[in-house]
Design a protein around this ligand. Structure first.
Ligand code: NAP
Length: 260
């Protein structure tokens, strides 16, 4: 199936590594033009160079929590490509902000995971209206399940699900779709970092994988990326306000049937 994404201008925040990196790969394979705002690092720059062999990529290094950066990202995208067709809010981190932490840490966690989504949508809206484009938010199972030690992250990801529905409703008259894709367990640099803090990372990886109903394995980056590319495309032109779980059934299926 041709997704008709050739030459579409798509912003993928954190789109060089992990799930975002996979989304960029899937979109590049469809011929989309990419805008990738992400924190600079050698690994990110190496990934950007590889993507640039496949398609046109505007790499905008920086931290999304920096004041003014989101407006700048939208302006630079339009300057370079003249339009915005899709905004994919992927960047985020479970920063371990807990209820016992300070208000400042909680606010920082919201900045890491939520505030830049508001700002990017705010500034992108007139351009998405022109292109009849769409927004995809990458959420987390934590919004449904809780996780422990994740007060800031859960608040932000819960808000993202609520905003997906709120914006889908509000933007319907502009013909702008808004959807969420939800990962649960997917091996990425972020996930590997978390596992490496545990006493026996391999045992924990096996324990978690064993609880995932479909195939007793983690969701691959490609499985999340290809779903995201499909939702970004006009092949899903009547899908809006949806919270889609690519998680092997982990979030919703009955545990008494799956946990050994
Ligand atoms: P990842 O491996 O850390 O990749 C995310 C990329 O985004 C990294 O390159 C990171 O930069 C960048 N980034 C993060 N915050 C940023 C910021 N404030 N400004 C600029 N760049 C930023 O993470 P991932 O596991 O692929 O996660 C992607 C999304 O999926 C996140 O929203 C996460 O909450 C969600 N998610 C993931 C899982 C999972 O199992 N992996 C589960 C549930 C939800 P650095 O390289 O500098 O860190």
């Amino acid at each position: 199936m041709d997704l008709n994404l050739k030459d579409k201008v798509i912003i993928v925040t954190g789109g060089a590594r992990g799930i975002g990196g996979g989304i960029s790969e899937s979109l590049a394979a469809e011929g989309a033009k990419l805008v990738i705002p992400s924190r600079p690092s050698p690994a990110t720059e190496e990934a950007i160079a590889k993507l640039q062999e496949k398609t046109e990529v505007l790499y905008l290094p920086g931290d999304l929590t920096t004041p003014g950066i989101c407006e700048d990202i939208i302006n630079k995208t339009v300057e370079k490509f003249g339009a915005i067709d899709v905004l994919i809010n992927n960047a985020g981190i479970n920063d371990g902000c807990n209820i016992t932490d300070s208000l400042e840490k909680f606010q920082q966690s919201l900045s890491n995971n939520l505030i830049h989504v508001f700002e990017l949508v705010h500034y992108a809206l007139p351009h998405l209206e022109k292109s009849q484009g769409n927004v995809i938010n990458i959420g987390s199972k934590v919004a449904e399940t809780g996780q422990g030690n994740a007060t800031g992250y859960a608040a932000a990801k819960g808000a993202l699900n609520a905003l997906t529905r709120e914006w889908a409703l509000e933007f319907r008259m502009k013909n702008i779709r808004v959807n969420s894709i939800i990962p649960a367990e997917c091996m990425t640099p972020l996930y590997e970092n978390w596992l490496s803090t545990l006493p026996d990372p391999k045992a924990e990886e096996d324990r978690i994988s064993g609880m995932i109903p479909l195939g007793e394995r983690m969701t691959t980056i490609n499985e999340l990326a290809d779903l995201t590319a499909f939702i970004a495309s006009n092949r899903s032109s009547h899908t809006t306000g949806q919270i889609l779980y690519a998680d092997g059934g982990y979030t919703h299926l009955d545990r008494k049937c799956t946990v050994k």
